[in-house]
Design a protein around this ligand. Structure first.
Ligand SMILES: NC(=O)c1ccc[n+]([C@@H]2O[C@H](COP(=O)([O-])OP(=O)(O)OC[C@H]3O[C@@H](n4cnc5c(N)ncnc54)[C@H](OP(=O)(O)O)[C@@H]3O)[C@@H](O)[C@H]2O)c1
Length: 277
């Protein structure tokens, strides 16, 4: 890795975030990383040295995020690459999920990302440089049965990322959206995945589809070490992609979805055009 950069990574005590933090620190990069538990983060990252700044942050809380960005800037004097990685799957039908379950998931999966972006942009705008990498999911492009709220949250991340890229391009700030397929992390395990407390028997078939995600745990095709290496490469690219699908499963699902959308739009073209003056 060429130049030393300052990275800010959310959700770093497990999975993709943890793997990325470890690789970056091993390569001599400066890393601020967030977790719900600083003690747990320090224990799992297991790194001593000034290049690592562990931060306890409630991502849905604007003040907590503002403090974390401020501490990072105070420690390292700049912020080059942000990875909005923290997130979790939420399974259940719309009728089963409570208002709280839905809002909690948006707090982390969407508002956490929005809060980080809002507070890091003044730093990057002043620097005239920076790279924001948002982790969505193939579920935000081609969601499956039982994952409506997770799909909605990850779809929101895609929407805001596309417009953000346009809004900040002239400021010298780059933006990338990553949509992973299934990766062998903690994602499908009970301490990460949230399922609706309420179960309605009429949705038994949907429950089986949801359970298939947990059952995949440990056998997913995606390798987090390779994903982390790719993210580090992205941080080095002068012209990084706006969209990057990760994994052959994500690639196949996204292409199938874009073909379906394209043929569906064309099939109903006459009706679409019929409402013009
Ligand atoms: N693995 C996959 O198959 C897959 C597929 C598509 C997209 N993704 C996305 O990739 C990102 C990383 O996931 P992963 O696979 O690495 O999963 P993971 O191993 O479960 O790690 C998720 C990280 O997100 C944070 N997080 C989880 N629940 C949280 C909550 N309620 N509040 C705040 N932070 C929370 C955790 O941070 P702390 O515990 O440190 O607070 C944790 O380090 C997520 O955005 C996920 O949606 C994963």
């Amino acid at each position: 890795m060429a130049k030393q950069k300052v990275w800010f990574i959310t959700g770093a005590s497990k999975g993709l975030g943890l793997t990325l933090v470890r690789q970056l620190l091993a390569a001599g990069q400066q890393v601020a990383a967030t977790s719900r538990s600083k003690a747990n983060l320090i224990a799992t990252v297991d790194f001593t040295g000034n290049n690592f700044l562990p931060l306890e942050v409630r991502l849905g809380n604007d003040d907590s995020v503002a403090t974390a960005i401020k501490e990072t800037y105070q420690r390292f004097g700049r912020i080059d690459v942000v990875v909005n990685n923290a997130g979790y799957g939420i399974g259940g039908t719309m009728e089963e999920l409570t208002d709280k379950e839905v809002r909690d998931s948006f707090d982390v999966n969407v508002f956490g990302t929005v809060n980080v972006i809002r507070h890091v942009l003044p730093v990057m705008r002043t620097q005239g440089s920076g790279h924001i990498i948002n982790i969505s999911s193939i579920a935000g492009i081609a969601p499956t049965a039982g994952w409506s709220i997770y799909g909605a949250a990850k779809h929101a991340v895609i929407g805001l990322t596309e417009v953000l890229a346009d809004d900040v391009r002239s400021l010298g700030i780059k933006v990338t959206l990553i949509a992973p397929g299934a990766f062998r992390t903690n994602f499908g395990n009970p301490d990460s995945l949230v399922l609706s407390e309420k179960k309605i028997d009429a949705y038994a078939e949907i429950h089986s589809s949801i359970e298939r995600v947990s059952a995949m745990s440990g056998t997913q095709a995606g390798d987090p070490e390779k994903a982390a290496r790719l993210m580090i490469e992205l941080g080095e690219m002068p012209e990084p992609p706006l969209y990057l699908l990760l994994g052959s499963d994500a690639f196949a699902r996204a292409i199938k979805k874009s073909d379906l959308l394209s043929s569906g739009y064309k099939q109903w073209e006459a009706l679409s055009r019929s409402t013009d003056y």
